[in-house]
Design a protein around this ligand. Structure first.
Ligand code: G4P
Length: 528
């Protein structure tokens, strides 16, 4: 197959949702269609269940699963599909944000009864900021939920999207009869049997046909006609360019658990979803069809086996062809690296491969060379942009609890930070280390992993910090900057890249500093 065709047939996307909306179930049904798995239940949920085990043990379990579900690749109708896993738990939101830098489009899953939930809002906001094309799937139509129009309204308002339904439910819950596929002009009747033959759709090109009444009854037929007329009148026609530039979001309805409405979603998805897109770097925009390979690390996963402390770095191929055993430039380190066993990801396994195309995710074994955001090229010194660090929500001092193991502790902290588990700030004043995280759970994870993977022990101590902001000043010798550094010396720290960070102890003191030092810029994210 030609290089260009290989690119065009690739669809790399993420599914985002609030926990429990049905992301895992939908993923599994998509894999079933692709023939990548044989039975339901094969994809394990990576969510953190509250239960008998403590939270961090649960996270370890989850981490094991998430190695397996990080990237799920499969073939469908001559498309190569890569689903990138995005944790729904809010404490792992940063992981999801980073993964979203590697997707070319997104499917948003919404629970018909719960409507738009908190995590969905946050994640969709990130997608919107990046103009990522989104398709919305409203799930669990076999249950009582909100009215379709009410939900479409809610999505527009809360998520700030512009929607157009491409399918429409016929009843819901107990009265759920099926789905009218506006996109394909046919009806799929619901039997509640997930094994139902998926080819079983009925062509209805004209909703006024009396056949519709025979199929679903007079009342439902009348309702459907009215609703579809209203929907097609109120919502804009589907426009593929508007979808691709992120200004229009098609909506599908269905029930993932019953494998209902999923085929419609998938068929439309492979048709309209974008193949790998161009990506901005610090020097230029890079196109996938360029012949030189470039890619970037968006995720690092520590090996689950503590005896082999190697890690897997996930690289998204942006342009050109990645080839096994070919030397590539690690731009940040300025050295060439060769990879003898790069992995490709398929539904249930990973496998060593010789070449990978734009849109694909390569898993590279790493002994500590990579950090999230690193770029690989064939020699060009460009760096990909767009993996930001956000100000953490929680801050604690980290102390060494075993003086004999300080080397292990430092190595452990450094490697866990490379993985993006949390952020490290070192106070300028006294070199004390502060760990900042998105969720409180991460502290347990770090403590547990330091002990089990590095043989080091740590304790935490509270520190009163409201927010971390990255400081930008015009020149080191700027008087205002000097004064700021003198007055605020107690609150200044360096992040892992040695950037200056102001750890404000309250919203008030941050506001004061912003008002007083007008030439300084206080940034709440740092582009990696
Ligand atoms: P998540 O990955 O987004 O967190 O959600 P997941 O797929 O795990 O689904 C959450 C729960 O919702 C699961 O039930 C799942 O079976 C159920 N579910 C998913 N899709 C549908 C649907 O279309 N209709 C109905 N009625 N339920 C659906 P659970 O009881 O939490 O888990 P399990 O014990 O069934 O695995």
């Amino acid at each position: 197959m030609k290089f260009k065709d290989e690119i065009n047939r690739r669809r790399t996307f993420g599914i985002v949702s609030h926990p429990d909306a049905g992301k895992t179930t939908l993923t599994e049904k998509l894999l079933l269609f692709g023939g990548a798995i044989q039975e339901a239940g094969a994809v394990k949920s990576n969510k953190i269940k509250k239960g008998a085990t403590s939270d961090f043990m649960e996270i370890e379990r989850q981490r094991g699963i998430s190695v397996a579900t990080s990237v799920l690749g499969f073939e469908y109708k001559n498309n190569k599909i890569n689903i990138l896993d995005t944790p729904g738990h809010k404490d792992f939101a940063e992981d999801t944000f980073r993964t979203l830098t590697a997707v070319d489009s997104v499917i948003v899953v919404i629970d018909v009864a719960k409507g738009v939930e908190e995590q969905t809002e946050k994640l969709v906001k990130v997608c919107r900021m990046r103009n990522i094309p989104m398709i919305v799937f409203i799930n669990k139509l076999d249950r009582e939920g909100k009215d379709a129009f009410e939900l479409l309204d809610e999505i527009e308002q809360k998520l700030d999207l512009k929607v157009t339904p491409l399918s429409f439910p016929i009843g819901m819950g107990y009265d759920f009869k099926g789905i009218y596929n506006i996109w394909e002009s046919n009806i799929n009747l619901f039997t509640g049997d997930p094994r139902k033959d998926i080819e079983d759709t009925i062509e209805i090109t004209d909703l006024s046909t009396p056949d519709l009444n025979k199929l679903i009854g007079d009342e439902a037929a009348e309702n459907l006609r009215e609703e579809v007329e209203l929907a097609t009148g109120v919502y804009p026609d589907f426009d593929i360019e508007a979808y691709k530039n992120g200004s229009l979001q098609p909506v599908f309805f269905g029930s993932a658990l019953n494998n209902f409405g999923v085929r419609e979603l998938l068929d439309c998805f492979v048709n309209i979803a974008p193949s790998p897109r161009s990506k901005d770097s610090d020097s230029r925009e890079v196109k996938p069809e360029e012949d030189q390979f470039t890619g970037f690390v968006f995720k690092i996963h520590a090996n689950m086996d503590p005896r082999h402390r190697d890690r897997l770095a996930f690289v998204k191929v942006v342009s050109g062809k990645f080839e096994r055993n070919k030397p590539y430039l690690h731009v940040r380190q300025g050295k060439n690296l060769k990879f003898s066993s790069p992995n490709a990801f398929f539904a249930e396994k990973k496998q060593v491969v010789n070449e990978m195309y734009p849109g694909d995710i390569v898993g590279l074994h790493d002994t500590g060379n990579f950090k999230i955001g690193d770029t690989l090229t064939e020699g060009e010194k460009l760096m990909y942009k767009g993996i930001p660090n956000f100000s953490p929500e929680h801050f604690r001092y980290i102390n060494n609890a075993d003086p004999m193991k300080s080397k292990q502790l430092n190595k452990g902290i450094s490697q866990l930070m490379d993985e993006g588990v949390a952020q490290l700030f070192t106070l300028e004043m006294n070199n004390r280390k502060i760990i900042g995280t998105v969720g409180a759970l991460q502290y347990e994870v770090i403590q547990y992993r330091l002990e089990h993977e590095y043989g080091a022990k740590c304790t935490y101590e509270n520190v009163n910090i409201h927010k971390a902001c990255w400081i930008e000043a015009e020149g080191e010798n700027n008087d205002e900057f000097k004064e700021f550094k003198r007055i605020k010396s107690k609150y200044l720290a360096r992040d892992k890249r040695n950037q200056l960070v102001f750890l404000a102890d309250s919203a008030f003191s941050l506001q004061m500093a912003q008002d007083k030092y007008k030439t300084l810029k206080f940034n709440f994210t740092s582009e990696f």
